[in-house]
Ligand binder design. Structure first.
Ligand code: HEC
Length: 116
């Protein structure tokens, strides 16, 4: 009976792990939400430095973010700035540190949607 109970507990733990992985998978690029991304862009005021349509080099040092090749490259740039800082201008590091992972995915999708 004890053995049965511990097997049951182990199964419960394993299925718990699977659910957790499913949740993580939901955070992949495919599930970035464009509308939420627009909201992040407007609320944080990314346009103040990058231009309302993301077509301006921020403070004269950044790339034109709407023209970055892929959505994933934009996410990576944000993640890099958040975790490693920047030698060029720390204003963006403060911004990036205020974004969680889902916000980065969403805002990257929105910025990418502005690509000409
Ligand atoms: C206060 C001005 C300012 C605001 C607001 C701002 N940025 Fe930036 N951003 C910069 C600067 C300056 C850089 C260049 C940083 C560096 O590389 O040193 C940058 C860099 C970036 C990069 C990387 C571009 C590159 O050259 O590789 C991305 C992507 C980006 N910003 C997105 C955003 C998003 C999205 C928001 C809003 C959530 C935002 N920024 C808000 C100033 C700003």
């Amino acid at each position: 009976m004890k053995l049965f109970t511990s097997i049951f507990i182990m199964l419960a733990i394993f299925s718990g792990c699977n659910n957790y992985e499913d949740e993580l998978n939901q955070n992949s690029t495919q599930d970035a939400n464009l509308q939420d991304g627009k909201l992040v862009f407007e609320t944080v005021g990314c346009g103040g430095c990058h231009g309302g349509d993301a077509q301006t080099s921020a403070l004269g040092v950044s790339r034109i973010i709407a023209q970055i090749d892929t959505q994933r490259d934009i996410e990576n740039a944000l993640f890099y700035l958040k975790t490693n800082g920047s030698a060029r201008n720390s204003a963006m590091v403060d911004v990036a540190q205020g974004l969680n992972e889902q916000m980065m995915l969403d805002v990257a999708a929105y910025v990418h949607s502005l690509k000409l």
